[in-house]
Design a protein around this ligand. Structure first.
Ligand code: UD1
Length: 449
């Protein structure tokens, strides 16, 4: 048991401090076998944690992965007066003492998803001050839809000096249900607005809502807390606000992106491997593309077993769910860099999410770029090289490429990888990979005179 904690993002290193710079050293070319276990979904767990702000009772979340992003969200809730305690894979969250409606910039800046706290904070406290998260490595990432929706629920919202201030006018400081049409089906905005509407006065209808499984998972928790939510998983979600929500005990869904990454690890090493637990409906487009490329998949009710031998090129375009997920575009590109023929991959969701191309090219991949499209001509062997993960999923793509490459690949940028994969190298090593976490040469200490 322990309070969740991460190093403060405000901590800076001095020239006298020891600065570890870990990297993964991967000896490629080994087949994997056995089974890889999938943890709870990071993106679900983050938003379910924010939902604890909606009640004074305790929420128990099971199947929460031990990730730095989860710890950062714990820190955010702590800064607002909440209490988060971990017991094994479960978190106990209590928002009874929430006394602060202002989120610190450092935390929102280090974890974009913590901006989603604006919805439940506003619903519970009648006001919220949350800094704009800004862009990140993969794109500008606007929050226009979140703000527009909160206004439709009666909040007065101003944005000044990089901070969003939202206030519910009137004596009761209670949001009012309303009709919201989203111009794009943003996952985060759908979740923010569902949480805000859960305690609003009257009915809210969200049109063009995101269909992602994480939205359905949030609806599951809200319903377990006593909320009235219909239609999650369809484009129209209806929420009838209630006066209060209560505690709940709830298990997070398996992480579809981690599961997809593991299936790709099996495919890129041309292995025979089981990945579990997997909900196949959460990965429909990905499984179809794996089969189109020549993989065999078998579902046994809990897990999926993948067999791969000779693989062919396939084309894919990222889209909102149930389309091909942007979060698996980079990992899938690593696979296609080793498949026979030319694959055409188009990134439609984030404008800067093809930075891994240059790193894959360093490993011998034959890729040509045109705008947001990559033409990937499969090569018979990638070759190990030092590479840099530029964001979470790009780092995973580098690890996959390293598993298949001849020789040693060193992957830097583990601060990204550790945000979204729990013990990735430990899990892969147990299935036969050879990956070591080491400190980059010369980085163990930097002592200035
Ligand atoms: C979530 C996921 C992230 C995933 C993404 C898309 C979490 C914590 N993160 O991010 O891993 O890659 O969904 O599946 O759940 N957009 C606007 N205006 C807005 C909001 C979004 O134009 O107000 C656009 C974005 O620029 C992007 C698209 O909508 O092109 C999808 O973004 P969104 O669904 O909001 O992503 P997140 O919820 O931030």
């Amino acid at each position: 048991m322990g309070l969740i904690a991460v190093p403060s993002p405000t901590q800076t290193s001095t020239p006298f401090q020891t600065t570890a710079n870990p990297q993964l050293e991967i000896r490629g070319g080994r087949r994997l076998s056995g089974e890889l276990e999938v943890s709870g979904a990071k993106n679900s767990a983050l938003v379910l944690m924010a939902a604890c702000l909606l009640t004074r009772d305790t929420i128990r979340l099971r199947n929460v992965p031990p990730l730095t992003d989860i710890a950062a969200m714990g820190e955010m809730l702590g800064s607002l007066g909440g209490r988060v305690v971990r017991h094994g894979d479960a978190l106990e969250l209590n928002g009874d003492a929430i006394n602060n409606s202002t989120a610190p910039y450092e935390l929102v800046n280090s974890l974009r998803a913590s901006f989603f706290c604006i919805g439940p904070l506003l619903a519970r406290m009648g006001m919220a001050k949350v800094p704009l998260p800004g862009g990140c490595q993969i794109g500008t990432r606007p929050v226009v839809e979140h703000v527009k929706g909160l206004k439709a629920l009666g909040a007065q919202v101003t944005i000044e000096h990089g901070v969003v201030t939202a206030v519910v006018p009137g004596r009761g400081h209670r949001l009012t249900g309303g009709r919201i049409h989203m111009d794009c089906p943003s996952v985060g905005a759908t979740e923010t607005l569902m949480m805000a509407a859960a305690l609003a006065d009257g009915e809210t209808v969200i049109d063009n809502a995101a269909l992602e499984p994480e939205v359905v998972d949030l609806a599951g928790l809200l319903i377990a807390m006593g909320a009235k939510v219909r239609g999650a998983g369809t484009p129209t979600i209806t929420i009838v606000g209630v006066d209060r929500l209560h505690g709940a005990d709830y298990a997070v869904i398996p992480d579809r992106i981690e599961a997809g990454t593991f299936l790709l690890a099996a495919a890129i090493t041309r292995s025979h491997l089981r990945v579990a637990p997997v909900i196949p409906e959460h990965l429909g487009a990905v499984l179809t593309k794996l089969e189109e490329a020549g993989c065999t998949l078998e579902h046994d009710g809990i897990g999926l077993t993948l067999k791969a031998d000779h693989l062919n090129a396939v084309d894919l375009r990222t889209q909102p769910f149930p389309g091909f997920p942007t979060d698996l575009q980079a990992p899938f590109m690593s696979l296609l860099a080793t498949a026979k023929g030319t694959s055409v991959i188009t990134e439609n969701i984030f404008e800067n999410r093809l930075q891994h191309v240059a790193e894959l090219q360093r490993m011998g991949a034959a890729i040509r770029m045109q705008g947001n499209t990559a033409f990937v001509e499969g090569v018979s062997r990638l070759s190990g090289a030092p590479v840099q993960g530029t964001d979470l999923r790009a780092s995973a793509a580098m690890v996959l490429a390293g598993l298949a490459a001849e020789g040693i690949t060193t992957v830097r940028g583990l601060e990204f990888l550790d945000r979204g994969y729990a013990n990735l190298e430990g899990k892969l090593n147990a299935a036969g990979a050879c990956i070591e976490r080491v400190n980059a040469p010369g980085s163990s200490a930097s002592i200035a005179a």
